[in-house]
Design a protein around this ligand. Structure first.
Ligand code: C2E
Ligand code: CA
Ligand code: CA
Ligand code: CA
Length: 279
């Protein structure tokens, strides 16, 4: 029994060591990813719910880790957030998105609006407006083509500071979107306090449509709320024609999801843009 116990213990520590080692390796590799130029943006279409025309794209970060292939943000963003690397990475995302828009403009392509995700740390640093203005100037990108996706939890942490930063972003002409709406804080007061343009209905609410009686109730409520406040509303994670139809009937403005396209590299998106029709 004693030996068994010892064996069990050995196994346990070995597993922990393996886990810790993999994590340390991932973190070390991540700290070199920027200088090694291993990040790339993929773009997912956001289409007009009625016409199916591409109105915008969301820029989603991918890490092409040396010797390991593509790593999804679910794996490395939390790590980058904890180590603080997310600020430099987030700045790279803004720079890369603006550079891409400039490439489209120079090629004579009408660029879609590009939404970039901003992390809590990046937002708390407080100089997001400076970073965005710098990148837009450098690449001569009109602010109307840029949207920033924020989450509810970042806004409520320090409302006074948030108000100042958001009004600076609005002064630049950038659009502000609330991501994963309905999953975070339930205080709605800030929807009127802060200059938000768009609500993004969280995927979890979309998944329920058609799967249970009243499964669409939450999505419907968010659409009604958004429109009552004169906000645009976009549904995320739309995978089926039934979900699309339901959202269309409810007056949802834009749709994003696998039904209309997965996140794709810029060359593939260019094909879609050049091809015209989008569904
Ligand atoms: P998010 O901002 O909520 O992004 C939407 C996620 O849903 C993306 O996952 C997208 O690929 C996925 N998605 C879109 N349509 C569908 C669909 O129809 N079905 C399903 N099942 N999934 C769909 P992704 O690209 O793996 O990104 C995960 C999260 O990582 C993002 O969630 C965001 O929080 C974070 N992230 C991605 N890029 C960045 C970035 O540049 N900066 C920061 N700070 N976070 C990022
Ligand atoms: Ca997002
Ligand atoms: Ca989201
Ligand atoms: Ca999410």
């Amino acid at each position: 029994a004693k030996e068994e116990g010892r064996n069990g213990f050995c196994f346990y520590t070995r597993d922990l060591n393996t886990d810790a080692k993999a994590k340390l390796e991932l973190e070390a590799a991540l700290s070199h990813a920027l200088e090694r130029d291993e990040f790339v943006l993929h773009y997912q279409p956001q289409v007009d719910a009625r016409t199916g025309r591409m109105a915008g794209v969301e820029a989603l970060l991918r890490w092409n880790r040396r010797g390991a292939g593509m790593v999804s943000p679910g794996q490395f963003i939390p790590l980058a957030e904890r180590s603080g690397l997310i600020v430099a990475i987030g700045n790279w995302v803004i720079e890369a998105a603006c550079r891409q828009i400039r490439t489209w403009l120079d090629a004579g392509v009408k660029p879609p609006r590009v939404a970039v995700n901003v992390s809590a740390r990046q937002f708390a640093e407080g100089d997001l407006d400076v970073v965005l203005r710098g990148a837009m100037r450098r690449h001569r990108v009109p602010a109307a083509l840029i949207e920033v996706e924020l989450t509810e939890s970042m806004l409520v942490h320090d409302p006074d500071k948030t108000e100042i930063l958001l009004s600076r972003l609005k002064a630049l002409g950038i659009r502000l979107s609330l991501d994963d709406f309905g999953t975070g804080y339930s205080s709605l007061g800030y929807l009127q306090r802060f200059p938000i343009d768009t609500l993004k209905i969280d995927q979890s609410f979309i998944r329920r449509i058609g799967t249970q009686p009243d499964g669409g109730a939450l999505a419907d409520a968010v659409i009604a709320l958004a429109h009552r406040l004169n906000l645009r509303v976009i549904a995320e994670g739309v995978e089926t024609p039934q979900q699309h139809q339901h959202l269309l009937d409810q007056g949802c403005d834009e749709i994003q999801g696998y039904l209309f396209g997965k996140p794709m590299p810029a060359p593939d998106l260019l094909e879609r843009l050049a091809g015209g029709a989008c569904s």
